[in-house]
Design a protein. Sequence first.
Length: 388
Amino acid sequence: MLRIVHTADVHLGARHADLGEQASAQRERQFAAFVATVDLALAERVDLFLIAGDLFDSNVQPRRSVERVAAELTRLATAKIRTVIIPGTHDVYDRASIYRAYDLEAMAGSRPDDDLVTVLHPDRPFVHLAACDAVVFGPVFATKRAPKSPLDGFATDAAPGATYRIGMIHGAIAIPGKTDRDDVVITTEEVAASGLDYLALGHWHSAQQATAGDVTYAYAGAPEPVALDQDRAGKALLVELERRGTRTVVSVEERQVGRTSFEKVRIDAASIASQPAFIEGVARRADPDLVLDIRIDGVRPDELDLDLDEIEAALAPSFLKVRVRDGSVAALTEGVLPPPDTITGAFIRDVEARITTLEADGREDEAAEARDVLRLGRLLLAGHEVTL
């Protein structure tokens, strides 16, 4: 049996301009997730540790960052766990490549006469790991945008024989209309014809797996989210390959390595007494590792005024990220309407007729605006003060 930990898209050194003061903390969280992935490999006593591209967010990184990575790879090498890395599209193997600037293999303690740490590149497209009875293929290019599919003309018989044939590619599975502009694209037909036992993919930040023909392929996803809407990030994959007769059986198990969690909450506007009460209630969920996405829906009472910017600002210290969206609608008029020859009666009838027409035409956004007009008008006509 061959046991593998597969990771990708660590994006060490990402700037996180959208996070402001939290950017530095998120970079440390990403490194901590990488350390947790190494810990997983050591705890599970795997044979191989695969990094399928974009270990670094760019080719411009301080030496200290590379040394921190090398220290983690040294931990693996000391345990005789082989590491294989391919460049991605962020840390592309061009003339300015970080893998040209630093000898990561040597920094991790791997010598030319061993295979403890291997960085694959255009001049070294595969490595035969005799100790693992495996060949790892990593077809990559010296440009960010691939001149062709990495699997175009690919053949496993180009490498020395071994029981297990593993592939590594940083790119997108072709989806018509969605991946046309991606830098590196492969098709499921190419995967099925590759002759591989397992294809370790990077580029998509959400963990997922599938099969094409007899080939199992999977995206490990980012071990810690790079953007805070990636709710399938935070994983590493524990992969087992076992030869049974003439076929290889592959199992893929997701393991949590990232700290960030995601929660989507829907709140009925009718249950909200006031903005301060709403903030107080949500703040009880406080968690510095939580990305909280709140949607308010239902029918909104006339007296309820919510300022989403103020709410998010008040809740920001309690969460890693919080977003509040208001999809509620104002109520129609209840009870007996005032006479139609009064200002209030005429106003309500005119606006509600407009709402009925808009909703019948499927113009939901305009209908919601008309409901707000109706709510504010009722308040003003009843003598309430309204802040617009």
